[in-house]
Ligand binder design. Structure first.
Ligand SMILES: Cc1ncc(C[n+]2csc(CCOP(=O)(O)OP(=O)(O)O)c2C)c(N)n1
Length: 312
């Protein structure tokens, strides 16, 4: 086994076993690698997690029980980014600003919809926090309602088959990059090379100061309607089909960080999940056309001159 992988196996787990995430919950693996990556990047630093209402307010546990080995601060949707900014300011006043990562772990409903104004305002102020969008593509904790990050055609309880989601998934990574923040990246865990890409992006976020935005895909067996054992395979197909491209915008420079070796039609990703099982061949072709268009747009951004962002 490669040395870097061996190190990960021995790494201290900061999400403790016995938490209450569903079987097959990909965000439970993702958060392990965010916290582990931050700890590895700066072993002396501590992390404060700020969690708006979501599956994760439940998974974190009811006080005084805590599933994490880091401090956790639970917030309403709308104020997560503002509370994280305030926590960072308070830590700075106490001389702990440089040794504490303040990390928001927000769902897509929270980040893309209900709490978006606060996220945008914190980004515009270039607050020194890491904002993680834990994207499971719907309001899952309350029973799979459509969010701004729900993909076109997907079944949810508020967009049942026959009454499909109108419009397309909000391109939140590009919206955040348009705030000209130091770092925006997309991450997903579906294979060893993707794990490497994931950890490199967490390390990069740890090195930088200012508002850093990590958009992480989190497959959800009950919400996406697939058997729990398929979580990793589905995450891999999401990236390899370019449904969820892996890229970064680092100091204004765009780069696609993972180029699939083989062409995988988006149909192969869609057909793994019950939420897409009602789609017709024409609807799948239309989704493919949108996937291709977005990939070409990202490739175009890659060849653009960089637009460095102001430093703090
Ligand atoms: C203002 C407000 N509206 C509704 C709720 C009920 N609520 C709690 S968690 C949740 C779902 C959050 O969805 P998302 O942000 O996507 O996170 P996920 O549950 O998918 O992890 C909702 C609607 C709430 N807590 N506060």
């Amino acid at each position: 086994m490669a040395a870097w992988l061996e190190e990960l196996v021995g790494e201290e787990r900061l999400l403790l076993p016995g938490h209450s995430a569903c079987a097959g919950c990909v965000p439970a693996i993702n958060i392990r690698h965010v916290l582990g990556g931050l700890a590895a990047a700066a072993p002396a630093a501590k992390t404060v997690l700020v969690i708006p209402a979501s599956c994760w307010t439940i998974i974190a546990g009811i006080w005084p029980v805590n599933a994490f080995k880091v401090a956790v601060h639970l917030t309403p949707f709308a104020s997560a980014a503002a509370e994280a900014s305030a926590i960072k300011a308070a830590l700075r006043l106490r001389g702990l600003g440089d040794t504490t990562n303040v990390v928001v772990w927000g769902g897509d409903g929270s980040t893309c919809d209900i709490g978006f104004s606060g996220v945008s305002a914190a980004a515009e102020r270039n607050e020194d926090i890491i904002y993680v969008l834990n994207d499971n593509e719907a309001y899952m904790n309350t029973g799979v309602q459509k969010s701004g990050a729900t993909p076109e055609g997907a079944w949810t309880t508020t967009t049942p088959a026959g009454s499909p989601r109108a419009g397309q998934k909000k391109d939140i990574a590009r919206i955040m990059a348009a705030h000209r923040i130091p770092y925006v990246a997309t991450l997903a865990l579906g294979s060893v090379p993707m794990l490497r890409d994931f950890r490199a992006k967490v390390t990069r976020a740890a090195e930088l100061r200012g508002f850093r935005f990590l958009h992480i895909l989190g497959a959800c067996p009950p919400g996406w309607r697939y058997p729990t054992a398929q979580s990793t395979e589905i995450s891999r197909l999401a990236v390899e089909s370019r449904y969820f491209p892996l890229f970064a915008c680092d100091d204004g420079k765009w780069r696609i960080t993972f180029r699939p070796k083989h062409e995988v039609p988006v149909r192969e990703f869609l057909e793994t999940q019950g939420r897409f099982s009602h789609l017709s061949a024409e609807e799948i072709d239309s989704i493919q056309a949108h996937v291709d268009a977005r990939w070409n747009l990202l490739a175009g951004l890659e060849s653009q001159a960089e637009m460095p962002v102001p430093t703090l």
